[in-house]
Write a protein that binds this ligand. Sequence first.
Ligand SMILES: C[S@@+](CC[C@H](N)C(=O)[O-])C[C@H]1O[C@@H](n2cnc3c(N)ncnc32)[C@H](O)[C@@H]1O
Ligand code: SF4
Length: 459
Amino acid sequence: MKASVTAEREVQDPSLAVAASNVPRYTSYPPANHFQPGIGAKLAETFLAAIERSKQASLYLHIPYCDRLCWFCGCHTKQTLSYAPIQTYIETLCEELRLLRNRLTRKPPLSRIHLGGGSPSLLRPAELAALKQAIDATFTFEPGCEISIEIDPSDVGSATIPSLTTFGMNRASIGVQDFDPQVQKAINRIQSYEVTRHVVEDLRRNGVNKINIDILYGLPHQDIARLLSTVEKVLSLKPERIALFGYAHVPWVKPHQRLIPEASLPGPEDRVTHARISATAIRDAGYVQIGIDHFSLPGDGLAMAARNGKLRRNFQGYTDDQSDVLIGLGASALSTFPGGYLQNHVATGRYSAQIKSGMLAHDRGFALNDDDRLRSWVIERLMCDFAFRRDDLVNAFGADALGLWNEACALAQGELAKIVSVEHGSFSIPAGSRHLARHVASHFDAYLSSNAFKYSKAV
Ligand SMILES: C[S@@+](CC[C@H](N)C(=O)[O-])C[C@H]1O[C@@H](n2cnc3c(N)ncnc32)[C@H](O)[C@@H]1O
Ligand code: SF4
């Protein structure tokens, strides 16, 4: 029997059973596995018009290549030891930008550009310059436009950071995961503290002071001492933001995760303890906890957005970006519009063939109805603020939304009685239950039971 299944059966504490349950991460509602294949191109006809109307948009560019394959990885990426496929892919991405440009009558203003992957830190100056030129030809830039790039420290040579800053990078997101040698061996990701520190220093020397670092709990062979040692090392680098993600072990989606023996993974009880103790150490160092898995220094934009009720959640996770349009380009990239969602073909070959034939590469899509919008709002507020107010719900959606409020009150008296409360017109998840926010949100998900898809653990 699989270790995690055994662990789930052995959980006696009801809140641990909840933590061990499999639920979506809610970076969108409904989650992307509910998008319907084949309808993307049709939906794009109406959705793309929203780009024309929007005051500002965000751009996400997906680079699905790495020069290593970490066994824990859940991203859409593949390993390549040759640069040629990356060069060809960037030509296709520039062509996709040109196809989009042909559909627009003006250059929309961008508030954010994010290069994610995969490892965009593999891009060389010529490809970065071509991409920048294609973006400049399609969009204008809002003052203070944030340009963030995901960096695998093992890619970084002496020319890497200067070429990324020439592209315009003003925020860097660095993957650490765990510094312990035994954990690193078990996830096939060797990365020393010294190499990581050198990258952070190089970034700051080149004027990039906004630095995010990712840590994972729930990895093989992790114990609290190892995790806290990683947390301390990350804290010593003084990043502006830290993401503390729970490792999503989904070998039915990512078969390479089978290289991680399930018996080496911490069980549900350890995951909850590891998440809680690491979060306390990060908070004690002066960081503000943001949502379920982020931390930032108090003066950072995320902390300010959280204080002002302006925190948002999109496909990249928590953001202070207020754009209602997120344009995703590249294989598998996801887009958000007021009317719904689109996803490009996931397979790089299929995506590239479509672009080369002169058509945008939208495959899957979802058109939101009124009930979806209501539930999407409630789930986003729960994931961001751990609460929502009856009056705000009614202000946003009118008296029809009272049905959902009554549903929330019934949950607070029934199934969720031990982990939520309703007081003074506010439905909230108290501090002690906030790690269960995904589970609470799932009770507002009208599609959850209709889908056989298996998600990752709630904590
Ligand atoms: C695209 S990767 C980061 C950039 C770069 N490729 C690197 O590895 O340093 C984005 C982040 O996703 C997170 N991630 C990847 N696979 C995950 C999984 N299975 N569960 C949870 N988080 C995961 C990791 O923390 C990782 O740093
Ligand atoms: S964690 Fe980063 S470097 Fe490792 S395979 Fe995933 S995207 Fe590539």
